[in-house]
Design a protein around this ligand. Structure first.
Ligand code: HEC
Length: 147
């Protein structure tokens, strides 16, 4: 059993050691890691404009990006890799609701201008460069059981 003064010392020493550790690691994160991430430097005005369009049009009401948002429509972090720039721009400018299937869910027909669609594409291109440790996982197109 610890005496009262030993318990006090244990508490104080523990608090001090872990506070110092916490501050040290926070400093290291900000100075050595966050500052060296290239993603901040590649945010162009077009990427910012695209992000504003993303927010103002509530794309997250249906989609996710970086895994955040709603699960009604596809994840869009790597959409440029998956679909290509022209395809994405085309569906954003489409005057009719775009969808791969004749019935079912469709993408909203925003009918964006060339400039707005390009800004959204720039935002997706930028999002696609961020290293997310393998997220989103590549889908398996072959069914394992049929090998
Ligand atoms: C009301 C729901 C809804 C909203 C809001 C919405 N979308 Fe979509 N979107 C969809 C659906 C559903 C699809 C998939 C259609 C399909 O696959 O047939 C889609 C598809 C897409 C695709 C192609 C994805 C792929 O993997 O093929 C892109 C890019 C896209 N949307 C961008 C946007 C952007 C940018 C916004 C905001 C400006 C937005 N969407 C807002 C429903 C929505």
């Amino acid at each position: 059993m610890l005496t009262k003064s030993q318990a006090k010392l244990f508490f104080l020493a523990g608090t001090i050691i872990f506070s110092v550790l916490f501050l040290g690691l926070s400093y290291d994160t900000h100075v050595n890691h966050v500052a060296n991430q290239p993603y901040e430097k590649t945010i162009t005005p077009a990427v910012i404009a695209g992000k504003h369009l993303w927010e103002d049009n509530n794309c997250m009401g249906c989609h996710t990006i970086f895994g955040e948002g709603a699960y009604y429509a596809p994840e869009l972090t790597k959409v440029i890799d998956r679909r290509g720039e022209g395809y994405v721009k085309g569906l954003l400018m489409s005057p009719t609701p775009w969808g791969e299937h004749t019935s079912g869910r469709k993408m909203v027909a925003y009918g964006f201008s060339d400039e707005d669609a390009q800004n959204l594409v720039e935002y997706f291109k930028w999002a696609g460069t961020v290293d997310l440790n393998g997220f989103p996982a590549k889908p398996k197109y072959k069914i394992e059981a049929n090998k």
